[in-house]
Write a protein that binds this ligand. Structure first.
Ligand SMILES: Cc1cc2nc3c(=O)[nH]c(=O)nc-3n(C[C@H](O)[C@H](O)[C@H](O)COP(=O)(O)O)c2cc1C
Length: 229
């Protein structure tokens, strides 16, 4: 019996980079003892705004803290500022033709390391930021059959932008969670630096239930799609 890479079996045999020898050792155990236990999903929290005066760091750091407090996922932050991608100028999506631009290749290698994603979604004119759309376009194969959730913000909690992101995700063969964190209305205005400038902790009670639901769903889908891939 073979298990997907990155899985453990109850005997403690790690099959991620298993040699034939180690696989054989695992196979000595009867099937009843070979209960697969999924490795923890690796999740990237991707900040979708790069402008110097962005607000994004506040929701990003809060969501990172919620995710890192859990024991069912390993979460890392990816800042698009660290990935100065050109506007898409490849001959095709990397679904069809390998990319040429070194930054695009570095980006694909980076996002390909993860089993799921948390997008930090600013709403620009009722959609996601141009920089996030470009970053999504600059990979394809690396997103496929992986889940995502989001923390979105804006006057209407970034709901319109997140719905656009979900539509993009369908084309990328991704799975969106139903739940997400939305910081909107008075909550958004009270913590935005241009308005109330209060710490995010002042509205935390309004966010935690949706954060828990979003991360629970993300963990479920990440494990399911890891096993299926
Ligand atoms: C170009 C632009 C378009 C915007 N459009 C919207 C919008 O459609 N809906 C909304 O709620 N907020 C909108 N805003 C306000 C943003 O929600 C607010 O500026 C937020 O701080 C943007 O996220 P960021 O600071 O992380 O980039 C817009 C802001 C900019 C700069």
């Amino acid at each position: 019996m073979r298990f997907p890479p990155g899985h453990l079996v109850s005997s403690g045999c790690l099959l991620a980079e298993a040699s034939h020898q180690r696989q054989s050792a695992c196979l000595k155990f009867p099937a009843s003892m070979r209960t697969p236990v999924a490795a923890k999903p690796r999740i990237a929290l991707i900040i979708g705004s790069t402008r110097p005066s962005r607000f994004a760091d506040t929701p990003a750091q809060w969501m990172l803290k919620q995710a890192q407090a859990r024991d069912d996922m390993d979460v890392e932050l990816i800042d698009l500022r660290d990935h100065p991608l050109p506007f898409f100028d490849e001959v095709s999506s990397n679904l069809y033709v390998p990319s040429q631009n070194p930054e695009a290749i570095r980006w694909q290698q980076k996002v390909g390391q993860y089993d799921g994603y948390i997008f930090v979604v600013a709403e620009y004119n009722h959609s996601i930021t141009g920089v996030l759309k470009n970053a999504l376009d600059q990979a394809y194969n690396e997103w496929v059959r992986k889940p995502f959730t989001a923390i979105a913000y804006g006057g209407t909690g970034g709901a319109r932008a997140l719905e656009h992101l979900r539509g993009i995700g369908i084309e990328l063969q991704m799975v969106s969670t139903k739940s997400a964190v939305h910081i909107g209305g008075g909550d958004f205005f009270s913590i935005h630096p241009f308005m109330g400038n209060q710490p995010i902790e002042t509205i935390e009670a309004n966010l935690t239930a949706s954060a828990t639901a979003a991360l629970d769903e993300l963990a479920w889908w990440a494990k399911a799609t890891m096993a299926a891939r």
